[in-house]
Structure formats: C-alpha cells, structure tokens
Write a protein of this length. Structure first.
Lengths: 323, 197
C-alpha cells in the first residue's frame, strides 16, 4: 500500500515514541506498553534520543526526566557528552545544541545534589537555558513516586546491571560489546561505544593481562575476545546469544529522519523527502542489517520513486524493533 | 539514466526545488537540443543532457539572452543532487552551446521562445521548432548523424530550409562551407534552394 510523506511521518513518529516508552518501561517507568526485552538498552543514547523525540511527546520527556532525577547514579555523564557530539553532528535540529547543553547542565547539577533530593536545584534557572518548547516540561519536573528503581537483573537493563558491578565507566560498554559482537580491536570498540580509544585500549590490555580477555593477532590488528570473561558473562545472564544494536547510530538515524519529515518544505514533498533519504542511505543500510532488512539500490529509483521502497523498509525496521 | 519526455518535467521540477534548498536565486535559462525537442513534443526521443544556450534577463519588458560562462555555485550544487537523485550522467545540464550567442542567433529567436515555469526558482525557455531547424541544419553540415535525422523529423518546409540556409551562412562565411551547404541541399532534394547560393 502506498503511503504519503505525512502518513509516513506520523507512523514513524508513533512507532519511535512507542519504542522509547518500551525502553523506559524496561528501566522502570510506568506505562501501558510492554517493556522491551530483546536488546540491551543503552541509557545515554536513550536519554539523548528522548530529548529530541520528547518534543512530540511531552509526557515521555517529563517522565524520563523524573527517571533521570531518581536514578542519576546510573548515568555516565562523560559518555553522554561524547554521544551528544554524535547526536549534534547527525541531527541538524536548530535547537539541538541548546537542549543538549541544558540537559548536560541539568544532569551535572542533579548529580552534585544528594540522592533523591531536588530541593537544592534551581529548576527555574535550569529551565531558562532550554528553548521555550522544553522549558515548561523542565519546570514541571518532579520526583515521581511512579518512577521505580530499574530491575537491573533483566537482560534489557544489562548495562545498568554491569554498572552496579564495575561502576559507571567504560568497562561496562566494552564488556557489552564483547558479549554481543564477540571480538574487536581497541579502535573499533572505542568508536562503537563512544569512548576515547586510549581509555578502551588500557582496559583491554589490563583485562587481557588478567586472563579475562584473550588477545589474537589477525594480520595487522590485535583483536580482543572474552576468555575467562565468558564464565563471568554466563554467571550474569542465561541468554546464549545477545542481539546487538548500536542505539547511538540507530536513534540518530531515526531522529534525523523525523526531523526532516517535520520540516518544510520536505514534510509534504515526496521528491525532497526521497532526496534526503538518499543522504542517509548508508546509515539506513547499517541499521537495516541488525534486522536482516535490505534497502534497495538508490540507482534503481529515479526522483520520488525512491520514497515508497525506503519508507516501507524503514517502517519494517521499527516494526521488528517493537516486537 | 536517459532524459526523456516522461521524466523531464520531474527532473526540472527537482532542480527548481534543489535550487531553493541550496539558497539559490530565481534563474531563467534557454534550452535547446534534444530536451527542447521532446519537451515541446516535436520529436519523441531520449537525450543524455540538457543543453543550455544562456540565461534570460528582462530589459525594458524585452527578453535579452546572456551567455553563461559557468553556472552559479548554488546551481551547480543543486544540479549535482538532482544528478544523484535521477542517476543522470556527469554534466547532465551544461552550457555546451553557449558560444552560439557570440556567433549570432536567428532573427526573432527571442520572440519564438516557449516559456515553462518549473517552480519557484527555475524558468526554462525552450527554443522553437523553427530555431531547431536552423540549429539542426547547421549541426547536420558540421556533424551529420542524428542531427540530420532530427532535422528531417521536424518536417521542414522549403521556406524554412531556405531561412535556415541563409542563417547558417552567417555562421561560417567561407566558400568551402557554402559548397558543403549546397551539396547537402542537392543531396536532400532541395536543388531550387541550392541554386540560390
């Protein structure tokens, strides 16, 4: 069935919002959607993406801020800052720098205050650094009783579970990477998990020296893979094979699409939307691979005729993510 | 991908939109060649490029054609995106025939142009059937091949061939070129016109 740019935008937006709710629900927010259980959630990617998508669902934004207030100790601010550069590079939302800067200030502020207290935060002052469409939600930010502590022993919240064990640092994402992708060099791992390569290299070397990881030389690169560490992984999860998604890349791809579909003159013009689809085809192909979805060759479609095949494959990805 | 009468409207409309996105300015261009032939439904064939003679400027309510040495940066940027979006060859829109403005256009050329607005930014003026006959006769003498096929597919009258012949002789005044014209006209059954030169 053919779909118009407006209908595509609406469906994409609804599915994307639902996905955010499913992930936040898995982390402890109360909602009427079924929590996500098939993939590890990446907290920093989710926080940043919710900030962008939150302009379409103020309740989602407000609830997620409540979660951040209550569970601030799980947030890796340094990684959030690294990821925010990636988000700003990929999503050209005019207010992007402002809302990200506001969020980082807010998290820095609440991480400085004592647990479960927001009395010490000057919310009015913090909210002023956000654009108008966000400031009201920030002003209304309260510590809600409906937000519960995340159940960290669930597979979806494995990142938080590992943060309870290793602390809030790069070790967690390195281990998650090796649990899912199995092997990698320090450069590739650092890029994939949004950390500095030096930090990643030091941890890999330290773990390798302790026998937790094995080092393998393949041509010119040194690969690291779990050795004794695999015993540890088995002890914390009963899942044999983990599905991997780079949520930073995933969310920036979809958030950027939504931004294009929401802006004039693209929003109502099938050709201009198709043209912008071609700009992100590489990201689309990478995202599709997580779900065995193959995008068609752009050269086979002229002008706006690319709209339908692209839109259909993109919605298929979200449908599979929501299962 | 080739350009034809099925996709030309979409391609030019896309170029108009991309000019807007590239923060360009309104521009009116004069198009000849195969694109003008099928855009005006004179001959239905395909082409690999859009030949631009020049751009239009209005002076005291009259059309003036100016040479384009090179397209503005925003135009090039927009054309590059359209090239990707429609899988078109490099230089799919070019100023190849621009020097024709310096050597002279047929009398009344500007008045016979057919205007097509492609959107908010781009306006295309296609050259008329009579001017195609002029250009195609010149190209037939110079290069032959599909230009000669195009010339006769336009079904020119004797009067039109005479007018075009008079014009092509202003483009090359050498006696050798005159002989080439006469020989061509004889060969194609226009002996009466050939005798006049």
């Amino acid at each position: 069935m053919k779909i118009s740019p407006n209908n595509f935008k609406e469906e994409l937006q609804n599915k994307l919002i639902e996905l955010h709710w499913k992930q936040w629900t898995a982390l402890g927010l109360s909602s009427n959607v079924k929590e996500q259980s098939r993939w590890f959630i990446d907290l920093e990617s989710l926080i940043l993406s919710t900030l962008f998508i939150g302009r379409f669902d103020k309740r989602l934004l407000g609830e997620s801020l409540g979660w951040i207030l209550k569970n601030r100790r799980y947030i890796n601010l340094s990684r959030l800052k690294n990821l925010s550069k990636h988000f700003l590079e990929k999503i050209k939302y005019p207010n992007g720098p402002l809302i990200i800067e506001g969020l980082i200030d807010l998290i820095e502020e609440i991480q400085r205050t004592a647990d479960s207290k927001i009395g010490g935060i000057d919310i009015d002052s913090v909210s002023q650094s956000f654009p108008e469409e966000y400031s009201q939600t920030i002003r209304n930010m309260v510590l809600k009783n409906s937000v519960v502590e995340p159940q960290v022993k669930k597979n979806a919240s494995m990142q938080l579970h590992l943060r309870c064990i290793f602390g809030v640092n790069a070790r967690v994402e390195i281990l998650l990477y090796l649990m899912t992708i199995k092997e990698g060099n320090s450069n590739r791992i650092a890029k994939e998990i949004f950390y500095n390569q030096k930090i990643v290299y030091r941890i890999l070397e330290s773990w390798s020296g302790a026998g937790f990881l094995a080092r393998q030389r393949k041509k010119r690169e040194t690969l690291y893979l779990l050795q004794d560490g695999s015993m540890f992984v088995k002890s914390i999860s009963d899942v044999e094979k983990f599905h991997y998604i780079n949520w930073g890349e995933f969310f920036t791809f979809f958030d950027n699409l939504l931004l294009v579909l929401d802006a004039e003159p693209w929003s109502s013009d099938a050709y201009l939307v198709s043209s912008s689809f071609r700009n992100v085809i590489e990201e689309a192909i990478i995202t599709g691979r997580y779900f065995d979805i193959t995008y068609p060759d752009i050269k086979l479609y002229q002008g706006d005729s690319f709209f339908h095949p692209f839109a259909s494959k993109t919605l298929d990805i979200l449908t599979k993510t929501l299962k | 991908m080739m350009i034809d009468n099925q996709n030309i409207k979409k391609i030019l409309s896309a170029l108009d939109k991309q000019i807007g996105i590239s923060q360009g300015a309104p521009i009116s261009i004069v198009v000849c060649g195969g694109t003008a032939l099928f855009a005006l439904k004179l001959i239905l064939r395909t082409t690999k490029d859009v030949d631009v003679i020049g751009k239009i400027s209005m002076s005291h309510g009259r059309i003036k054609i100016e040479k384009i040495d090179e397209f503005p940066e925003w135009f090039e940027k927009a054309a590059k995106i359209v090239q990707r979006d429609f899988n078109l060859p490099d230089n799919w829109i070019n100023t190849g025939p621009a020097k024709q403005i310096e050597t002279g256009l047929p009398n009344g050329f500007e008045k016979r142009l057919v205007k097509r607005a492609c959107g908010e930014y781009l306006t295309v003026y296609f050259i008329s059937r009579l001017d195609q006959i002029h250009f195609k006769l010149y190209a037939s003498l110079d290069r032959g091949g599909y230009h000669t096929d195009d010339l006769f597919a336009l079904k020119p009258s004797s009067e039109e061939i005479l007018m075009a012949s008079q014009w092509v002789l202003t483009q090359d005044v050498s006696s050798e070129f005159r002989d080439i014209l006469k020989s061509f006209l004889m060969e194609k059954g226009y002996e009466n016109i050939a005798k006049q030169f």
